[in-house]
Write a protein that binds this ligand. Structure first.
Ligand code: AMP
Ligand code: MG
Length: 479
């Protein structure tokens, strides 16, 4: 059987202002580390031999029907506008329309230099490639919109980073598109209104066919993004680099660079080594999403004959976002403590618990999951997560009283509180093993995280928070 990808490319059919046609740069000795066969089947791909998969997903052979290109975009990085970014180490091979009519991009990441590489080498090393593979697939299994991982290959070449020479790798990423806030910003900033209009129409057609005009698009993106941020918050996820070029129009999580899931809960948690001011700290994420949406609004209104006339509507749309995120947050965190349809009156109960969790250095994931077995009045394991268990007990009495109004709180909590998340120390250990040639931890993480809400035999260790010596204090961009 030979590899066949049923490409159906629309981005490559847009005018060349949006991209540069560019083939991936071949590598020395491609070797397949992972292929996500289930996802491949969803995309309509018939898989070939391992060697063929390795060649194609390393970029050494451009498959039939592909129209490889590097996309152009700009973006605010840590609040500062960078007038030109673009795919500096990624190549869009093309799109497929899979089962159910879903159109998806297939992109190689780490595939060599492009006209947008600036000073970079266009490459990625194995660590960030496997991190993105595991975390994006875990995110999907958690039920949170995200790009997916189709394949990971090693290149047989070294990539030079601060740490020295590291094994090079390429990730194949699947996304419902790679349109970002920054894709709109670049044409707005350059005053290229015809391109901006065309991009807006394209985005509407591709993602929100029911949306009317630029403000309809803005509203649709806002709705998806507010749901997304609330979903991140509900699993203790910190994206780490919510620049506008990493903010997807489709509302998917994109760009797993210095991202992390919290172990011990604290609202101001930051992992990213480059986020010195804590701009993208856990609890800042809802505000940053509003800031990013305001940048999209600013870009979109540039296409109006009279931009001033659109300002009022755009402002109203952006200003409504915090309330939407809060509603989604309340729904999700209500479920996390067993309340099927939480109202504003339940807000205090949730925030009180979280304040106690922060003070008591409670593990985010394990505390919420332990609530499932703590419903009964004779105690239960949740209290043991707190430095001072009495802090939990005094909260729990009010909580149990509230749960008397609920039909099946344990079931609601079991569906909202994962057992397993990709913990940082596990990711680091997995990368270290992979660099040494041992893929077993990678396989184990993928297998267990594919079913994160179910307690699995033999996976007890993946629930364990890091020991003192295992704590990861900083995460790094893939660059
Ligand atoms: P990111 O931090 O991954 O969102 O990337 C931000 C920008 O830097 C994008 O334009 C990337 O294409 C570019 N970039 C990141 N790493 C590299 C690299 N190794 N070589 C070239 N460009 C890169
Ligand atoms: Mg990016």
């Amino acid at each position: 059987m030979t590899l066949h990808i049923p490409f159906d490319n629309t981005y490559a059919a847009l005018p060349p202002v949006f991209y540069t046609k560019q083939a991936p740069v071949p590598v020395k000795a491609p070797e397949l580390l992972a292929y996500n066969a289930a996802l491949g089947a969803e995309l309509g791909i018939t898989a070939g031999e391992r060697a063929e998969l390795a060649e194609v997903f390393a970029g050494n052979r451009v498959p039939e029907g592909a129209a490889p290109l590097a996309q152009l975009y700009a973006g605010h990085q840590f609040g500062n506008y960078n007038p030109q970014l673009g795919d500096g180490r990624a190549i869009l091979l093309g799109e497929t329309v899979g089962a159910g009519g879903a159109r998806r991009d297939i992109q190689l990441k780490g595939s060599g230099r492009t006209p947008y590489s600036r000073g970079g080498d266009g490459r990625a090393w194995l660590g960030p490639v496997l991190r993105e593979y595991v975390v994006s697939e875990a995110m999907h299994a958690l039920g949170i919109p995200t790009t997916r991982a189709l394949a990971a290959v090693t290149t047989g070449e070294l990539v030079w980073r601060e740490q020295g020479g590291l094994p090079g790798a390429v990730l194949t990423r699947v996304a419902s598109s790679h349109l970002r806030v920054g894709t709109f910003q670049i044409f707005a900033a350059r005053g290229e209104t015809a391109a901006l209009r065309q991009l807006t129409d394209y985005a509407i057609q591709r993602h929100y066919p029911e949306a009317e005009g630029p403000m309809g698009l803005l509203r649709a993106v806002r709705d998806r993004q507010s749901e997304l941020i609330a979903a991140w918050m509900s699993v203790g996820f910190i994206h780490g680099v919510m620049n506008t070029d990493n903010s997807s129009i489709s509302g998917e999580t994109i760009d797993y660079g210095p991202c992390a899931f919290m172990d011990v809960y604290h609202p101001s948690t930051v992992f990213s080594s480059i986020d010195r001011m804590g701009r993208y700290a856990y609890s800042n994420q809802p505000d940053i999403a509003v800031w990013n949406l305001a940048q999209l609004a600013t870009a979109l209104i540039q296409q109006a004959e009279d931009p001033q006339a659109m300002v009022e509507e755009a402002t109203e749309i952006v200003h409504a976002m915090p309330a939407l995120t809060e509603a989604a947050w309340l729904r999700r965190f209500g479920a996390k403590i067993g309340i099927a349809e939480a109202t504003r009156e339940d807000m205090g109960l949730i925030t009180d618990l979280m304040q106690r969790m922060a003070a008591g250095q409670a593990d985010f994931t394990n505390t919420f999951r332990a609530l499932v077995d703590t419903v009964s009045p004779d105690g239960g394991p949740a209290r043991d997560e707190f430095l001072e268990p009495e802090a939990f007990d005094s909260w729990a009495s009010g909580w149990r009283a509230r749960l008397e109004q609920e039909a099946d709180p344990a079931a609601v909590m079991a569906a909202a509180n994962p057992v397993y998340i990709p913990r940082n120390h596990r990711i680091e250990a997995m990368i270290e093993a992979a660099v040494a040639g041992d893929m077993a931890p990678f396989e184990q993480l993928n297998t267990v995280l594919a079913d994160p809400y179910t307690v699995q035999d033999g996976a007890e260790d993946l629930r364990r928070p890091p020991a003192e010596s295992e704590i990861v204090t900083a995460t790094f961009c893939g660059t």
